[in-house]
Design a protein around this ligand. Structure first.
Ligand code: AMP
Length: 282
Protein backbone atom coordinates (compact mmCIF):
# COMPACT_ATOMS: atom_id res chain seq x y z
CA UNK A 1 0.00 0.00 0.00
CA UNK A 2 1.19 3.47 -0.80
CA UNK A 3 0.25 6.51 1.26
CA UNK A 4 -0.24 9.76 -0.61
CA UNK A 5 -0.65 13.09 1.15
CA UNK A 6 -0.44 15.58 -1.71
CA UNK A 7 -3.41 16.37 -3.96
CA UNK A 8 -1.20 16.69 -7.03
CA UNK A 9 0.41 13.29 -6.47
CA UNK A 10 -3.02 11.68 -5.94
CA UNK A 11 -4.35 13.10 -9.19
CA UNK A 12 -1.31 12.01 -11.21
CA UNK A 13 -1.47 8.45 -9.85
CA UNK A 14 -5.18 8.18 -10.67
CA UNK A 15 -4.64 9.60 -14.15
CA UNK A 16 -1.91 7.06 -14.89
CA UNK A 17 -4.06 4.16 -13.74
CA UNK A 18 -7.07 5.33 -15.76
CA UNK A 19 -4.94 5.94 -18.87
CA UNK A 20 -3.69 2.36 -18.60
CA UNK A 21 -7.34 1.25 -18.76
CA UNK A 22 -7.77 0.19 -15.12
CA UNK A 23 -10.76 0.88 -12.90
CA UNK A 24 -10.69 2.65 -9.54
CA UNK A 25 -12.96 2.05 -6.55
CA UNK A 26 -13.00 4.85 -3.98
CA UNK A 27 -13.83 4.65 -0.26
CA UNK A 28 -13.97 8.07 1.41
CA UNK A 29 -13.70 8.00 5.23
CA UNK A 30 -12.79 10.11 8.23
CA UNK A 31 -10.57 7.34 9.59
CA UNK A 32 -10.49 5.57 12.95
CA UNK A 33 -11.26 2.55 10.83
CA UNK A 34 -13.60 -0.25 11.81
CA UNK A 35 -15.38 -3.21 10.21
CA UNK A 36 -17.92 -0.88 8.56
CA UNK A 37 -15.20 0.91 6.60
CA UNK A 38 -13.53 -2.41 5.78
CA UNK A 39 -16.79 -3.77 4.35
CA UNK A 40 -16.76 -0.87 1.87
CA UNK A 41 -13.17 -1.76 0.92
CA UNK A 42 -14.13 -5.39 0.43
CA UNK A 43 -16.90 -4.43 -2.03
CA UNK A 44 -14.60 -1.97 -3.78
CA UNK A 45 -11.94 -4.63 -4.23
CA UNK A 46 -14.47 -7.02 -5.71
CA UNK A 47 -15.56 -4.57 -8.42
CA UNK A 48 -12.40 -2.62 -9.33
CA UNK A 49 -8.74 -3.08 -10.29
CA UNK A 50 -7.50 -0.57 -7.68
CA UNK A 51 -8.91 0.75 -4.42
CA UNK A 52 -8.24 4.22 -3.04
CA UNK A 53 -9.27 4.98 0.51
CA UNK A 54 -9.19 8.55 1.75
CA UNK A 55 -8.88 9.49 5.39
CA UNK A 56 -9.73 13.12 5.98
CA UNK A 57 -11.53 14.59 8.97
CA UNK A 58 -13.25 17.32 7.03
CA UNK A 59 -13.56 20.50 9.10
CA UNK A 60 -16.22 21.89 6.75
CA UNK A 61 -18.77 19.30 7.77
CA UNK A 62 -18.50 19.96 11.51
CA UNK A 63 -20.61 22.74 12.99
CA UNK A 64 -19.73 24.98 15.90
CA UNK A 65 -19.70 23.02 19.13
CA UNK A 66 -19.47 19.70 17.27
CA UNK A 67 -16.65 17.23 17.82
CA UNK A 68 -14.11 18.18 15.11
CA UNK A 69 -11.19 18.47 17.54
CA UNK A 70 -12.15 15.42 19.62
CA UNK A 71 -13.09 13.20 16.66
CA UNK A 72 -11.12 9.97 17.26
CA UNK A 73 -7.94 9.67 15.21
CA UNK A 74 -5.28 6.93 15.02
CA UNK A 75 -3.14 7.18 11.92
CA UNK A 76 -0.83 4.28 12.69
CA UNK A 77 -3.64 1.82 13.35
CA UNK A 78 -5.58 3.06 10.31
CA UNK A 79 -2.58 2.46 8.03
CA UNK A 80 -2.22 -1.09 9.32
CA UNK A 81 -5.93 -1.89 8.91
CA UNK A 82 -6.11 -0.33 5.44
CA UNK A 83 -3.07 -2.28 4.28
CA UNK A 84 -4.42 -5.57 5.68
CA UNK A 85 -7.75 -4.91 3.93
CA UNK A 86 -5.95 -4.60 0.60
CA UNK A 87 -6.23 -0.85 -0.01
CA UNK A 88 -3.84 0.18 -2.80
CA UNK A 89 -3.65 3.90 -2.11
CA UNK A 90 -4.32 5.56 1.21
CA UNK A 91 -4.95 9.24 0.49
CA UNK A 92 -4.44 11.39 3.59
CA UNK A 93 -4.40 15.03 2.54
CA UNK A 94 -3.82 17.86 5.00
CA UNK A 95 -6.52 20.43 5.72
CA UNK A 96 -4.16 23.06 4.37
CA UNK A 97 -3.62 21.31 1.04
CA UNK A 98 -7.36 20.65 0.64
CA UNK A 99 -8.57 24.13 1.49
CA UNK A 100 -5.68 26.49 0.79
CA UNK A 101 -7.56 28.45 -1.87
CA UNK A 102 -9.67 31.43 -1.00
CA UNK A 103 -13.33 30.45 -0.76
CA UNK A 104 -15.06 32.37 -3.53
CA UNK A 105 -17.59 29.62 -4.39
CA UNK A 106 -19.79 27.75 -1.97
CA UNK A 107 -21.62 24.51 -2.66
CA UNK A 108 -24.99 24.31 -0.95
CA UNK A 109 -27.44 21.44 -0.67
CA UNK A 110 -30.92 22.86 -1.15
CA UNK A 111 -33.11 19.79 -0.66
CA UNK A 112 -33.28 16.90 1.78
CA UNK A 113 -31.53 18.99 4.45
CA UNK A 114 -34.59 19.97 6.50
CA UNK A 115 -34.93 16.44 7.85
CA UNK A 116 -32.90 13.81 9.72
CA UNK A 117 -29.41 15.07 10.58
CA UNK A 118 -29.72 18.05 8.24
CA UNK A 119 -32.28 19.65 10.54
CA UNK A 120 -29.93 19.88 13.51
CA UNK A 121 -26.60 20.12 11.65
CA UNK A 122 -26.91 23.22 9.44
CA UNK A 123 -24.20 23.32 6.77
CA UNK A 124 -23.11 19.74 7.45
CA UNK A 125 -24.10 18.41 4.03
CA UNK A 126 -22.68 21.49 2.28
CA UNK A 127 -19.35 20.43 3.79
CA UNK A 128 -19.89 16.84 2.71
CA UNK A 129 -20.63 17.66 -0.95
CA UNK A 130 -17.73 20.14 -1.03
CA UNK A 131 -15.16 17.62 0.13
CA UNK A 132 -16.59 14.84 -2.05
CA UNK A 133 -16.55 17.05 -5.13
CA UNK A 134 -12.86 17.66 -4.53
CA UNK A 135 -12.10 14.02 -3.69
CA UNK A 136 -13.95 12.75 -6.77
CA UNK A 137 -11.91 15.11 -8.96
CA UNK A 138 -8.64 14.05 -7.34
CA UNK A 139 -9.25 10.30 -7.38
CA UNK A 140 -11.40 9.98 -10.56
CA UNK A 141 -13.12 6.78 -9.40
CA UNK A 142 -15.33 4.55 -11.52
CA UNK A 143 -17.26 3.65 -8.37
CA UNK A 144 -17.48 5.17 -4.90
CA UNK A 145 -18.74 3.24 -1.87
CA UNK A 146 -20.98 4.65 0.85
CA UNK A 147 -22.48 3.03 3.93
CA UNK A 148 -26.25 3.05 4.30
CA UNK A 149 -25.77 3.83 7.99
CA UNK A 150 -25.44 7.43 6.79
CA UNK A 151 -28.57 7.18 4.66
CA UNK A 152 -29.01 10.93 4.19
CA UNK A 153 -25.40 11.23 3.04
CA UNK A 154 -26.01 8.42 0.53
CA UNK A 155 -29.14 10.17 -0.82
CA UNK A 156 -27.39 13.53 -1.11
CA UNK A 157 -24.26 12.10 -2.77
CA UNK A 158 -26.49 10.26 -5.24
CA UNK A 159 -28.16 13.60 -6.04
CA UNK A 160 -24.76 15.29 -6.35
CA UNK A 161 -23.46 12.91 -8.99
CA UNK A 162 -26.79 12.84 -10.87
CA UNK A 163 -27.26 16.61 -10.92
CA UNK A 164 -23.64 17.51 -11.68
CA UNK A 165 -22.83 14.62 -14.04
CA UNK A 166 -19.96 13.13 -12.11
CA UNK A 167 -18.90 10.02 -14.06
CA UNK A 168 -18.96 7.85 -10.95
CA UNK A 169 -21.32 5.13 -9.78
CA UNK A 170 -22.41 5.47 -6.15
CA UNK A 171 -22.57 2.03 -4.54
CA UNK A 172 -24.52 1.60 -1.26
CA UNK A 173 -23.24 -0.88 1.35
CA UNK A 174 -25.33 -2.35 4.19
CA UNK A 175 -24.66 -1.30 7.76
CA UNK A 176 -22.20 -3.51 9.65
CA UNK A 177 -23.27 -4.16 13.25
CA UNK A 178 -21.83 -5.48 16.48
CA UNK A 179 -23.39 -8.76 17.71
CA UNK A 180 -25.62 -6.63 19.98
CA UNK A 181 -27.08 -4.96 16.89
CA UNK A 182 -25.31 -1.65 17.55
CA UNK A 183 -24.21 -0.08 14.27
CA UNK A 184 -20.42 0.12 14.27
CA UNK A 185 -19.21 3.72 14.32
CA UNK A 186 -15.95 5.54 15.01
CA UNK A 187 -17.84 7.49 17.66
CA UNK A 188 -18.77 4.35 19.65
CA UNK A 189 -15.43 4.58 21.50
CA UNK A 190 -16.59 7.86 22.99
CA UNK A 191 -19.52 6.20 24.79
CA UNK A 192 -19.31 5.56 28.52
CA UNK A 193 -19.64 1.93 29.52
CA UNK A 194 -23.19 2.53 30.70
CA UNK A 195 -24.22 4.24 27.45
CA UNK A 196 -22.59 1.50 25.37
CA UNK A 197 -24.86 -0.96 27.15
CA UNK A 198 -27.88 1.17 26.34
CA UNK A 199 -26.91 1.88 22.72
CA UNK A 200 -28.25 -1.36 21.15
CA UNK A 201 -31.69 0.14 21.95
CA UNK A 202 -31.33 2.16 18.73
CA UNK A 203 -31.35 -0.92 16.51
CA UNK A 204 -33.96 -2.65 18.67
CA UNK A 205 -36.25 0.36 18.26
CA UNK A 206 -35.82 0.11 14.49
CA UNK A 207 -36.64 -3.61 14.57
CA UNK A 208 -39.77 -2.74 16.53
CA UNK A 209 -40.76 -0.21 13.83
CA UNK A 210 -40.09 -2.77 11.12
CA UNK A 211 -42.22 -5.35 12.95
CA UNK A 212 -45.14 -2.92 13.12
CA UNK A 213 -44.94 -2.33 9.37
CA UNK A 214 -44.71 -6.03 8.60
CA UNK A 215 -47.74 -6.63 10.82
CA UNK A 216 -49.70 -4.14 8.71
CA UNK A 217 -49.38 -0.77 10.44
CA UNK A 218 -49.33 1.95 7.79
CA UNK A 219 -49.75 5.11 9.86
CA UNK A 220 -46.30 6.70 10.02
CA UNK A 221 -47.22 8.69 13.13
CA UNK A 222 -48.20 5.58 15.06
CA UNK A 223 -44.91 3.91 14.14
CA UNK A 224 -42.87 7.00 15.04
CA UNK A 225 -44.62 7.36 18.39
CA UNK A 226 -44.11 3.69 19.26
CA UNK A 227 -40.41 3.76 18.33
CA UNK A 228 -39.84 7.00 20.25
CA UNK A 229 -41.66 5.67 23.31
CA UNK A 230 -39.50 2.53 23.24
CA UNK A 231 -36.32 4.62 22.98
CA UNK A 232 -37.38 6.96 25.81
CA UNK A 233 -38.09 3.99 28.03
CA UNK A 234 -34.87 2.11 27.24
CA UNK A 235 -32.51 5.06 27.32
CA UNK A 236 -33.68 6.89 30.42
CA UNK A 237 -33.60 10.58 31.28
CA UNK A 238 -30.04 11.61 30.48
CA UNK A 239 -30.19 10.58 26.85
CA UNK A 240 -31.96 12.78 24.34
CA UNK A 241 -33.74 11.37 21.29
CA UNK A 242 -32.92 13.80 18.48
CA UNK A 243 -35.36 12.38 15.96
CA UNK A 244 -37.37 9.38 14.86
CA UNK A 245 -38.46 9.73 11.24
CA UNK A 246 -39.96 7.61 8.47
CA UNK A 247 -39.27 8.71 4.90
CA UNK A 248 -39.42 7.19 1.45
CA UNK A 249 -36.23 5.43 0.33
CA UNK A 250 -34.06 6.39 -1.53
CA UNK A 251 -35.49 9.90 -2.10
CA UNK A 252 -36.18 10.70 1.58
CA UNK A 253 -39.58 12.29 0.98
CA UNK A 254 -42.05 12.85 3.81
CA UNK A 255 -44.93 10.40 4.12
CA UNK A 256 -47.93 9.83 6.33
CA UNK A 257 -48.95 6.42 4.94
CA UNK A 258 -46.28 3.73 4.73
CA UNK A 259 -46.23 2.33 1.22
CA UNK A 260 -43.34 0.86 -0.80
CA UNK A 261 -39.74 1.19 0.32
CA UNK A 262 -39.25 3.33 3.43
CA UNK A 263 -36.47 4.09 5.85
CA UNK A 264 -36.98 4.41 9.60
CA UNK A 265 -34.17 6.54 11.02
CA UNK A 266 -33.21 7.55 14.55
CA UNK A 267 -30.61 9.80 16.15
CA UNK A 268 -29.79 9.78 19.83
CA UNK A 269 -27.66 12.19 21.83
CA UNK A 270 -25.73 10.48 24.59
CA UNK A 271 -23.68 12.70 26.88
CA UNK A 272 -20.42 11.97 25.02
CA UNK A 273 -21.55 11.09 21.50
CA UNK A 274 -24.46 11.41 19.10
CA UNK A 275 -25.34 8.14 17.34
CA UNK A 276 -27.52 7.52 14.29
CA UNK A 277 -29.02 4.39 12.82
CA UNK A 278 -31.70 3.38 10.34
CA UNK A 279 -33.42 0.42 8.77
CA UNK A 280 -34.85 0.09 5.28
CA UNK A 281 -38.18 -1.71 5.05
CA UNK A 282 -39.73 -2.78 1.76
P1 AMP B 1 -17.00 7.93 8.30
O1 AMP B 1 -15.56 7.62 8.47
O2 AMP B 1 -17.80 7.75 9.55
O3 AMP B 1 -17.24 9.24 7.60
O4 AMP B 1 -17.58 6.82 7.33
C1 AMP B 1 -17.01 6.58 6.07
C2 AMP B 1 -17.90 5.68 5.30
O5 AMP B 1 -18.09 4.46 6.01
C3 AMP B 1 -19.31 6.25 5.07
O6 AMP B 1 -19.75 5.91 3.77
C4 AMP B 1 -20.12 5.55 6.13
O7 AMP B 1 -21.50 5.45 5.78
C5 AMP B 1 -19.47 4.18 6.13
N1 AMP B 1 -19.75 3.50 7.39
C6 AMP B 1 -19.57 3.97 8.64
N2 AMP B 1 -20.00 3.07 9.54
C7 AMP B 1 -20.47 2.01 8.85
C8 AMP B 1 -21.04 0.75 9.22
N3 AMP B 1 -21.23 0.39 10.49
N4 AMP B 1 -21.42 -0.10 8.22
C9 AMP B 1 -21.24 0.25 6.92
N5 AMP B 1 -20.69 1.41 6.51
C10 AMP B 1 -20.31 2.28 7.47
Amino acid sequence: MRTITLKQEMYLWAKQVKTAGHSIGFVPTMGFLHEGHLALVEEAKRDNDYVIMSIFVNPLQFGQGEDYTTYPRDEKRDKKLAEEAGVDILFMPSVDDMYKHKKSIKLMVTEKTDKLCGATRPGHFDGVVTVLTKLFHLTTPNRAYFGLKDVQQFAIVTALVEEFDFPVEIVPVDTVREPSGLAISSRNVKLTREDKQKAPALFNSLLLGKKLIIEGETDANVIIKTVRHYLDQQLGENVEVDYVEILTFPYLEDLSEVNGKVVIAVAVRFFTARLIDNIIVD
